[in-house]
Design a protein around this ligand. Sequence first.
Ligand SMILES: Nc1ncnc2c1ncn2[C@@H]1O[C@H](COP(=O)(O)OP(=O)(O)OP(=O)(O)O)[C@@H](O)[C@H]1O
Length: 273
Amino acid sequence: MSLDLGLPALERAEPRLMRAEPLLTMSGISKRFGNVRALRNVDAKVYPGEVMGIVGESGSGKSTLLRMMNLEDTPDTGDYTLRLPGRENENLFDLARYERRMLCARHIGIVYQNPHLGLLMKHSSSGNVAERLLIAGERSFDVLRDKAREALDASEFPLDRMDARPIELSGGMQQRVQLAKAIALEPALLLLDEPTTGLDVSVQALVLDTLKRLQRDRKITMVLVSHDLGVIRTMADRVMVMRHGEVVEQGLADQVFQDPQHAYTQQLVHAKL
Ligand SMILES: Nc1ncnc2c1ncn2[C@@H]1O[C@H](COP(=O)(O)OP(=O)(O)OP(=O)(O)O)[C@@H](O)[C@H]1O
């Protein structure tokens, strides 16, 4: 019996992952910037503990969607819920600015491709991590320092450099500081926007190893945006393929890569082989 019965052609059945309720649900997300339709009626579900990869060509809407997940931007239409205690049925786009900020500080971590977006480059690395804890209400200096140290260590950042400013660090180390800041409060959701793009291949592999270890040890739910199919293949359990602001295909990463159904995905996969 086919498990695909009743599902749209390009949305495969994923019975094992769907045992749990989704942590993240987005529905009907559309966004225009002037004449550009950046997102068109996008639906997304992310399940607890999985890595969802979002792949697609430049301008396909990947970063815009991730910014929505981080509540940095609001769509023209669409709903967004996270299964957090007491917030299950709340459309997070309806929250006031301060509430969004607090919810993000407490429950969502993000690593940007450009460290200038995520870090204060002239503050110490430990201070950058502590800042996240301060926003969430922590005030004790000793606790701030200990928690910052723990998060930096978990991100495999060399602790003898924790007082160095990001501006003095290599690209790979800057990404580790962003990661430490993102995981310091053990977020429900970790968003990664091209976290290794622009790094040397060997550094990229080390940072991906750290992410994999964190995911394995802490079961952090991750959404990883990348234009690099190799990165998505290494990391993702499931994948969403975007083109021109739409999701053209989604499913288990292995299935999508081994047997792509949409012509655009076939083109992406074959271009990479
Ligand atoms: N703030 C903005 N103002 C105007 N247009 C924007 C804005 N943000 C995104 N866009 C446009 O929306 C579309 C989607 O952009 P987005 O950055 O989400 O794509 P992407 O898939 O992440 O691309 P890349 O891989 O190059 O980062 C693009 O055409 C982009 O130019």
